[in-house]
Design a protein around this ligand. Structure first.
Ligand SMILES: Nc1nc2c(ncn2[C@@H]2O[C@H](COP(=O)(O)OP(=O)(O)OP(=O)(O)O)[C@@H](O)[C@H]2O)c(=O)[nH]1
Ligand SMILES: [Zn+2]
Ligand SMILES: [Zn+2]
Length: 253
């Protein structure tokens, strides 16, 4: 549940936490408008801060990727394997977002890249301000790729631009091939989808054709990778893509 994006506590507090009964239509209409205004202004502030982050990253030729998925889709595992493979080749940095604990940051540490955790303490998404505050500490000189692992949530993180170059939608084969249709906001905002845990295809009864079709229905230009961080299948192609991204960024003047 989120305290600030309007999907949780804050919206409810504004709407009904003041002891009023909302019998009268005009009254509830007033509250609804207030909620919408709070949300719009929070998002507008976030967009401004995200634009600052984007300029900061661009000036340093750092490509930032915002990883978004449901909880447990395999973001951290994919990043562990990615960092191990890029170590010594491309300088990377990581911001790991979690509602609570620094477990992901600890898993990602010691792999050759600076890592910082943002513990959102209830909020179900990262926001541009928190990310901007720790950018200088994590995206140090020479860093080419910044991986941002968002809080596990298929809805709210999509609304909060962090200043990234692209959103990466992560979907594991055990979640079902219908998810792109059920969560179109993420799949239309992302330019890359990584399908994870492909070692579990048979156990999950995953329908590959249907899943790819559903992704393309929402985002026809989606670049799709199919990987298993567990077995290493598909990882070479993913790593080649990241190396190209880093190369393109440093080649631009
Ligand atoms: N079989 C298999 N399991 C995987 C793979 N990748 C991740 N897992 C397992 O899936 C579970 C969740 O993985 P995480 O990497 O923690 O997922 P996450 O998306 O970072 O989770 P949150 O940060 O909590 O949202 C763990 O038990 C992993 O071992 C994979 O490629 N194959
Ligand atoms: Zn939320
Ligand atoms: Zn994680």
């Amino acid at each position: 549940m989120c305290r600030s994006c309007g999907c949780g506590k804050r919206a409810r507090t504004k709407n009904s936490g003041d002891g009023h009964s909302h019998r009268n239509g005009e009254h509830s209409h007033h509250f609804r408008r207030e909620i919408v205004e709070i949300r719009s202004s929070a998002l507008a502030d976030n967009d401004k801060r995200a634009a600052q982050n984007r300029r900061w990253l661009e000036a340093r030729k750092i490509v930032a990727l915002n990883f978004i998925s449901s909880p447990g889709a395999g973001k951290t595992t994919l990043l562990e394997s990615t960092l191990d493979r890029l170590r010594g080749r491309i300088r990377c940095a990581v911001i790991a977002g979690d509602v609570q604990t620094d477990r992901d940051a600890r898993r990602l540490s010691g792999r050759g890249a600076p890592v910082r955790q943002i513990e959102t303490l209830g909020a179900c998404h990262l926001d541009a301000e928190r990310v901007g505050q720790i950018l200088p500490a994590v995206a140090k000189k020479g860093v080419r790729l910044l991986f941002i692992e968002n809080v596990g949530n298929l809805v709210c993180p999509v609304a909060y631009d962090l200043g990234e170059d692209m959103k990466i939608a992560i979907l594991s084969v055990v979640e079902g091939e219908d998810k792109p249709l059920k969560y179109p906001a993420l799949f239309s905002a992302a330019s890359v989808a990584v399908i994870t845990k492909i070692d579990l295809i048979h156990a999950a009864g995953w329908n590959r054709t249907q899943c790819l079709k559903n992704i393309r229905k929402v985002q026809p230009r989606m670049r799709i990778f199919e990987v298993s961080a567990r077995t290493g299948q598909g990882m070479d192609e993913w790593i080649r893509f990241l190396a190209e991204l880093a190369g393109q960024a440093s080649a631009t003047t």
